[in-house]
Write a protein that binds this ligand. Structure first.
Ligand code: ZN
Length: 322
């Protein structure tokens, strides 16, 4: 890290592939109690949706996004990909989530890592998720406005992601440059973390020299994005990372500006700015309720909406606590 490049504090968002859009929307809002913070299209393929879920405010470090491709085949887990996305929960919320998921028919498995309880589950496309009971959880828990999860049990932003790699050395060198340093090891799992306690400040590599190459599909993570403080910071990272990696030019994603590069093990990394955020094109009060498209597609909004499969956002409230 050069002296003028500010350290990365943690993850900004995780983007994955789903199949059925309605099933994806229902699972993340009604089962996990996340807020639907944006209904838009894939800017590179406006005939398909891009869904964003997050905390009530849509803060960086809580955002899980999906490309729901109705005919997507399931992906295959393997090396060079993120194989688990974990949110933090308060340690006292573990029993709540075990009970809630059981009641809703979601199978779970409880294990332990680095002294923390880990509740593993899969989404309807087989995407591996975990809820990790952590005192370190930085994101404040806020009542999900349209979900029946009580405030104290709400997901508190990302805990970490886990990548599988055949060899960690070159990836670890890049992570170190980005401010993620090795903290501890447990079996073949290595934990890296930045300083501070921002949501998503941790990242694990599971070493598996014999792992097959992954195959992208429904239930796979497409890329992970880290936080850049602002556009100037992003430019500095672009210059620094560009010395050793092929980095894309800055792309305007409406809700943030992004650069992309592939880490040596094969995972697509993005560096996204915190600003301008999800309230740039609709009020915070009604995030996710209407289809939003970038300005250059606005004149085609109606045709785009008609061509997309219709989805319904069901709002619940903490009055109907499960
Ligand atoms: Zn992204």
């Amino acid at each position: 890290m050069t002296s003028n490049t500010r350290p990365i504090v943690g993850l900004h968002h995780v983007t994955a592939i789903a199949s059925n859009p309605q099933r994806n929307l229902d699972f993340y809002t009604q089962v996990l109690g996340l807020r639907f913070v944006k209904k838009t299209v894939n800017f590179d393929d406006p005939g398909t949706y891009h869904f964003y879920f997050g905390d009530d405010q849509g803060r960086p470090g809580t955002i899980l996004t999906f490309f729901p491709w109705p005919h997507a085949m399931r992906g295959q887990r393997g090396a060079g990909e993120v194989v688990e996305t974990a949110y933090s929960i308060h340690p006292a919320s573990l029993a709540y989530w075990q009970q809630r998921l059981a009641t809703l028919g979601v199978a779970t498995h409880t294990t332990e890592r680095f002294g923390e309880a880990v509740l593993q589950l899969e989404d309807p496309d087989g995407m591996p998720l975990a809820l990790i009971a952590s005192d370190l959880s930085a994101g404040q828990a806020e009542a999900p406005r349209f979900a029946d999860v009580p405030a104290q049990h709400a997901l508190r932003g990302f805990h970490s992601v886990t990548m599988v790699q055949r060899d960690a050395d070159r990836t670890a060198a890049l992570l170190a440059k980005m401010g993620f340093l090795e903290q501890q090891r447990e079996g073949n799992r290595i934990r890296y973390a930045t300083e501070g306690v921002a949501a998503g400040h941790q990242l694990d590599i599971v070493l598996d020299p014999a792992a097959n190459r992954s195959r992208l599909g429904a239930g796979s993570v497409h890329h992970i994005a880290f936080r850049a403080v602002d556009e100037q910071d992003q430019q500095e990272w672009l210059a620094l990372l560009g010395r050793e990696h092929v980095v894309s030019p800055v792309m305007d994603r409406d809700y943030f500006r992004s650069i992309y590069f592939r880490e040596p093990g094969g995972v697509l990394f993005e560096l996204a700015t915190d600003a301008p955020g999800f309230a740039i094109d609709e009020p915070l009060e009604s995030l996710g309720e209407q289809l939003r498209v970038p300005a250059w597609l606005n004149s085609h909004l109606q045709q785009i909406e008609q061509a997309l499969p219709a989805v319904t956002l069901t709002k619940r409230s903490t009055e109907e606590v499960l």
